[in-house]
Design a protein around this ligand. Structure first.
Ligand code: G3H
Ligand code: 13P
Ligand code: ZN
Length: 311
């Protein structure tokens, strides 16, 4: 099966009350771990590439790795640009074989966001590529995405209908309290998401696929492992999995996960070196890291996303 866009995946997910996992990929072991889990569980899959990943691993290497994942499975797989910030970056990914792009105009004014999103949509749709846009701003820090809490803002449900009908985007990322990275909620506070905003968005855009960024659960077992084996992560708190499951039953069709992959990989490698200080063959520590990613992704597919058996 060739790479697919997300149109049919999202329609089925919306109707079926589940979500598709969108996992960030940066190297071969990450692609393999995610794909093996999806293959075992017959889950549709979105493999996504940030501009940082593209700088790190090179566009062609990443496309070829995803093509290899496709050749090894019979799954519907979409290759998606995560957080494209300019028309030129989106165009380059569309021209280079991606089937889905995100234009993240959330740092612009509303009208500028409409304008750049519309421009990307025109170029993408003419080539069979779908477009995710964003309204509202998530807080959080990653390589190329850095928004302070003061600059973050929830999505205004009164804007979504106007935005979607003017841009013709295919899905919309909204801000309801999730954030990027491992430190999503203040220690000692109870994690909360604004499900009321999600409900309002759903009412204004019936049947329209919504995307949740910053949706790692920051699995405590991995944070603990990192700290046991020489790391020093302060209280890291993610989005509780039951909340993600609830969002997946609602209009959320795509759930983005990157930090949990990083934590699974890093925790496993730290443990490996603590137990095998003399080893230096990369296959010996990257192999277990890949296995850990596979286990973590299988858990998400079955217990959080609910997309097992949906391929
Ligand atoms: O939301 C951002 C993704 O987690 C990608 O992060 O820019 O560090 O690759 P990155
Ligand atoms: P996390 O940092 O919660 O994994 O979010 C990833 C993400 O939103 C990628 O776009
Ligand atoms: Zn994101």
């Amino acid at each position: 099966m060739p790479l697919v866009n997300t149109k049919e995946m999202f329609q089925k997910a919306y109707e079926g009350g589940y979500a598709i996992g969108a996992f960030n990929v940066n190297n071969m072991e990450i692609v393999q771990g995610i794909t093996e889990a999806a293959k075992d569980l017959k889950a549709p899959l979105i493999l996504q590439v940030s501009s940082g990943a593209r700088k790190y691993a090179n566009h062609t290497y990443l496309v070829k790795l995803v093509e290899a994942a496709l050749a090894e499975t019979d799954l519907p797989i979409a290759l998606h640009l995560d957080h494209g910030d300019t028309f030129e970056l989106c165009k380059s990914c569309i021209d280079g074989g991606f089937t889905s792009v995100m234009i993240d105009g959330s740092h612009h004014s509303y009208e500028e966001n409409v304008k750049v999103t519309r421009q990307v949509v025109e170029y993408a749709h003419a080539r069979g590529v779908v477009v995710e846009a964003e309204l509202g701003r998530l807080a959080g820090v990653e390589d190329d995405v850095n928004v302070s809490e003061a600059d973050s803002s929830y999505t205004n449900p009164d804007q979504v209908y106007d935005f979607v009908t003017r841009t013709h985007c295919d899905s919309l990322a909204i801000a309801i309290g999730t954030s990027h990275g491992a430190y999503k909620f203040k220690p000692g506070t109870k994690p909360q998401l604004r499900f009321d905003i999600l409900e309002e968005v759903e009412k204004r855009l019936p049947g329209f696929p919504i995307v949740l960024h910053g949706a790692s659960s920051v699995i405590p077992e991995y944070v603990e492992m990192i700290n046991t084996y020489g790391g020093n992560m302060p209280d890291a708190i993610g989005v509780p999995e039951d909340m993600l499951r609830q969002a997946a039953r609602m209009a959320v069709c795509k759930i983005n996960i990157d930090s949990d992959l990083r934590l699974a990989m890093t925790a496993t490698i730290r443990k490996y070196f603590a137990e095998n200080p003399g080893h230096f063959d990369p296959r010996q520590y990257l192999g277990p890291a890949r296995t850990a990613i596979k286990g973590m992704v299988a858990h998400k597919i079955k217990n959080v996303l609910g997309c097992d058996g949906k391929a």
